[in-house]
Design a binder for this molecule. Structure first.
Ligand code: SF4
Length: 396
């Protein structure tokens, strides 16, 4: 059904021990009794996709959520077995699991390694205990350091940590301290996210009601600049707007998204992009389980939309036409330091980049937001700070 191009696989785990007040992901606290039936439904969905797509090659797997490390490790092992039976997983596949620092036990880490997880993404967020409390996190700074060391001692060499900036109450001093402690650990990969006050979250309400200060956008921009400087001085490659890596430890899974390449997401609310179709699964875990129990809705041997419709949890399908695919390729690709290769764009779409976006590119170049170097269009330093301004031009 698919071409020989490998795909990435995202596996959604919708459980968290507690819900952080800033988080609007499709994830829930206090639904632990659903875990066994959820894992059964998830494995059924994985097996069904393997069958419908003819066991395509998979080059990256990402267990995200939610808190995958909160799930019993045998459930992760079971799911990895199902993935291997359903797909053609490359021997060098990157297999990442998102984890909270408080969840690591020796048994869990051994199971992960044993079943093929070779990369951990640890949600550290901050090395300041008061800010961690404010964020509703269950760990403190010492737990984060200990978790990192445990993972290393267990045999993980490819570890990423997540940090947050632009937080209420966070000063530049707090942020510099967090950066310093992160760099002392020298993780191969660091992601840094500016807090967004998402609609409907408790934190948005607290800020609106005035019981929490509004984060300072100018200070957040200064924090980003400070991070860029510190990371550069420590030898990290700033390969994506929010991501830094040492040597070759870029997130191969996330590169799939940024390069606008095919991926399949399984689990409630997971998004997918295959052969020009973008689709997502029903969000509530109970509804997801109920629908998977009902089973496949047909054999679907024809077009990709027909195949997708056989999967009972798929809720929305959108066909992406060529012009939208081109605009999305520009928007996502410009996030990367490698930028958009002029030659690859022409190869992919059969039309030179300059024919499609000539005027837009000239205008952005005049504004010093992009530059052409070594056959690729890239954001300038200024363009990185004003990314959304650049990206919106490709959709107008
Ligand atoms: S642990 Fe992560 S996914 Fe879970 S509620 Fe907190 S931020 Fe959201």
């Amino acid at each position: 059904m698919l071409s020989s191009e490998p795909i990435s696989l995202y596996v959604h785990i919708p459980f968290c021990e507690t819900k952080c007040p800033y988080c609007d992901f499709n994830t829930y606290a206090a639904i632990e009794p659903l875990m066994p039936s959820y894992v059964a439904a998830l494995n059924t969905e994985i097996a069904l996709w393997g069958e419908l797509l003819g066991s395509p090659k998979v080059h990256t797997i990402f267990f995200g959520g939610g808190t995958p490390s909160y799930l019993p490790s045998d459930d992760i092992r079971h799911t990895m077995k199902t993935i291997h039976a359903a797909f053609n997983v490359g021997t060098d596949a990157e297999v990442t699991l998102e984890a909270n620092p408080g969840d690591f036990t020796a048994e869990k880490l051994d199971t992960y390694l044993d079943c093929g997880i070779n990369r951990l993404s640890i949600g550290v967020q901050s090395f300041d205990d008061d800010l961690l409390k404010m964020l509703g996190r269950r760990h403190n700074a010492a737990d984060a350091v200990q978790a990192y060391r445990h993972a290393q001692d267990a045999g993980f060499h490819n570890i990423s940590i997540d940090l947050m900036y632009g937080l209420p109450y966070q000063s530049m001093g707090h942020w510099q301290n967090t950066l310093r402690q992160a760099l002392e650990l020298a993780p191969p990969h660091i992601s840094m996210y500016c807090l967004t006050l998402e609609g409907g979250t408790p934190m948005e309400r607290w800020v609106e009601q005035g019981s929490m200060p509004t984060p300072d956008a100018d200070l957040a921009a200064d924090m980003y600049i400070a991070a860029q400087n510190d990371m550069k001085a420590s030898g990290y490659r700033h390969y994506e707007i929010s991501n830094w890596a040492l040597s070759d430890k870029l997130s191969r899974h996330n590169l799939t998204y940024w390069r606008n390449e095919p991926y399949l997401g399984v689990g409630p609310g997971a998004h997918s992009y295959l052969q020009g179709c973008r689709f997502s699964a029903v969000r509530p875990p109970r509804e997801y389980i109920r629908r998977m129990r009902e089973g496949s809705k047909g054999a679907g041997n024809n077009s990709m939309p027909e195949v997708i419709c056989c999967v009972p949890v798929v809720d929305e399908i959108e066909q992406i036409d060529k012009s939208l695919e081109m605009a999305e390729t520009m928007m996502m690709g410009l996030r990367l330091d490698e930028g958009i290769s002029v030659e690859k764009f022409t190869e992919r779409f059969g039309t030179p980049l300059s024919h499609i976006y000539g005027d837009t590119l000239r205008e952005l170049e005049e504004l010093a937001l992009i530059q052409t170097r070594d056959g690729a269009i890239r954001l300038t330093h200024r363009g990185r700070m004003l990314g959304n301004e650049v990206f919106s031009r490709f959709f107008s």
